[in-house]
Design a binder for this molecule. Structure first.
Ligand code: SF4
Length: 463
């Protein structure tokens, strides 16, 4: 796949936009629509259903701060602090279990962070047993974990294999030394390769590597060397993220010298060259910033236009409800989004007060559901199937969204989409602009733009 994006096209469509791991995005939730104290009732109501669910567990700890990091992390080496957190997480599992939701089988299970392998293998087993006391995984469930090669040992991998984790995802970002020093994340190729090989030796079926572009000192040539090393490891999945510089939200990012970061044009060139290298090496471009080998289930789902998206990223599970535990974790149950307290002190206090640590949420309206299906169709499968979505929701999409569809017409002329009465489809070039195509259907974004708040400062640039 070799694409050319002109400077004029880049200028025309470069804007800030959500990445749509959910719709509405978390900043647009309507507080009055959801009562945090009643979240247990939502879980109880959801317990009456029998469909499989997803479970997410957040482990916020890391040993040191990577300066580009946008996650909710707690930097510590204190085992007391970790144990205090695990005590509360066990409580949260018990209370979630009291609602009966554990009767539903789990087909997707994910530990994220932070760095879950900051926990010792013994502590990981302790957390796993809190999960096992409440939930049961289906035989074909996928269990995934985020690991940091700098702190993850072969003993961790042994424990993970014992706990049934078949997918590991590891951060790399860039293997060039000057970039690694600049971002305060020095990680050798050997450390990374040891984990990739170790995971495979233990029968894990999938390794994901995260890369990032837009960081200080990155160049086309240097990033190509990183790609070559990654291709040699041949992970089943690769995520290639655009660095989001938001120092007003993430103070530690002020320490990054963005004066030596690549320009917008070079960043785009880095992305396009990476895309070319991965697709030439046999990877399938899934959209946004993800690649997978053709046998990977995400690549197969993309081919069949069955890809979906949730807070864990791309998934094959459509509309799966998600129970999420731990500080700042976001779940989706019974038509509601719910998020736990984001600071660990508030989270610990809320659990000690006897509750579920839910801080805020949003109950989805019919309009939210309709627009979510439109936006997710574009973001996941590159298509807005107006007939199918119309039939699913009992509306005439072409009439109801006549203005939004009209606003897409310049994209037809620019070769980003094709459009007829049945569908809007992204072209190969249009895949790079999928967030631009989705934006007109986001009612909240439109309201914010009308109020002069277009999302700058909150969302990353589309390119
Ligand atoms: S290891 Fe990951 S979560 Fe922790 S600070 Fe670095 S990027 Fe953030």
């Amino acid at each position: 796949m070799s694409l050319h994006v002109s400077a004029a096209l880049l200028e025309k469509y470069r804007t800030s936009a959500p990445r749509y791991t959910s719709y509405p995005t978390a900043i647009d939730w309507v507080p009055e629509s959801f009562e945090p104290a009643n979240y247990a009732d939502e879980l109880k109501a959801a317990a009456n259903n029998t469909a499989p669910i997803s479970v997410y567990v957040h482990v916020p700890f890391c040993e040191q701060m990577c300066l580009f990091c946008g996650c909710n992390v707690v930097i510590t080496r204190s085992t007391d602090r970790v144990d205090r957190y695990l005590d509360r997480l066990e409580c949260e599992f018990e209370r979630v279990g009291d609602t009966g939701i554990g009767s539903r089988p789990v087909h997707q299970y994910h530990w994220g962070g932070g760095t879950p392998t900051h926990l010792t293998p013994d502590r990981m087993l302790r957390l796993q047993s809190a999960f096992d006391d409440v939930f049961t995984r289906t035989e074909d469930s996928e269990s995934a974990i985020e690991v940091d090669p700098r702190v993850t040992t072969l003993e961790h991998l042994d424990a993970l294999a014992q706990m049934g984790f078949g997918r590991i995802s590891m951060g790399v970002q860039d293997f060039e030394e000057d970039v690694q020093v600049a971002i305060n994340r020095v990680q050798s190729i050997e450390q990374t390769r040891m984990l990739v090989d170790g995971a495979r030796a233990r029968g894990m079926q999938s390794v994901n590597i995260d890369l990032m572009y837009g960081l200080p000192h990155q160049t086309l040539e240097g990033f190509q060397r990183t790609i070559d090393v990654v291709l040699d490891m041949r992970p089943e999945r690769v995520a290639l993220f655009h660095y989001a510089h938001v120092p007003w939200m993430k103070k530690h990012q002020t320490a990054l010298d963005m004066g030596v970061a690549p320009s917008s044009e070079i960043k785009l060139e880095i992305f396009l060259r990476a895309m070319e290298a991965f697709t030439e090496a046999g990877y399938v471009y899934l959209g946004l910033d993800h690649f997978a080998l053709p046998d990977d289930e995400l690549a197969r789902a993309a081919k069949a236009e069955r890809l979906h998206r949730n807070f864990m990223g791309y998934t094959t599970h459509k509309g799966s409800e998600m129970v999420s535990l731990g500080v700042s974790a976001i779940g989706e149950v019974n038509g509601c989004f719910a998020q736990n307290f984001a600071s660990d002190a508030e989270y610990l206090d809320a659990i000690d007060d006897g509750g579920l640590a839910t801080k805020r949420g949003h109950r989805m309206s019919d309009d939210d559901r309709l627009r979510r299906d439109i936006i997710m169709g574009i973001m996941c499968n590159g298509v807005l199937d107006t007939q199918q979505i119309g039939a699913d929701h009992g509306v005439d999409v072409n009439t109801m969204f006549a203005d939004e569809l009209k606003s897409l017409e310049p994209m037809v002329q620019d070769g980003l989409i094709t459009m007829d009465a049945n569908a809007v489809r992204l072209t190969e070039l249009g895949q790079l602009f999928m967030r631009n195509v989705a934006l007109p259907f986001d009612r909240y974004f439109a309201a914010r733009s009308a109020g002069g708040r277009d999302g700058d400062g909150t969302f990353s640039k589309t390119l």
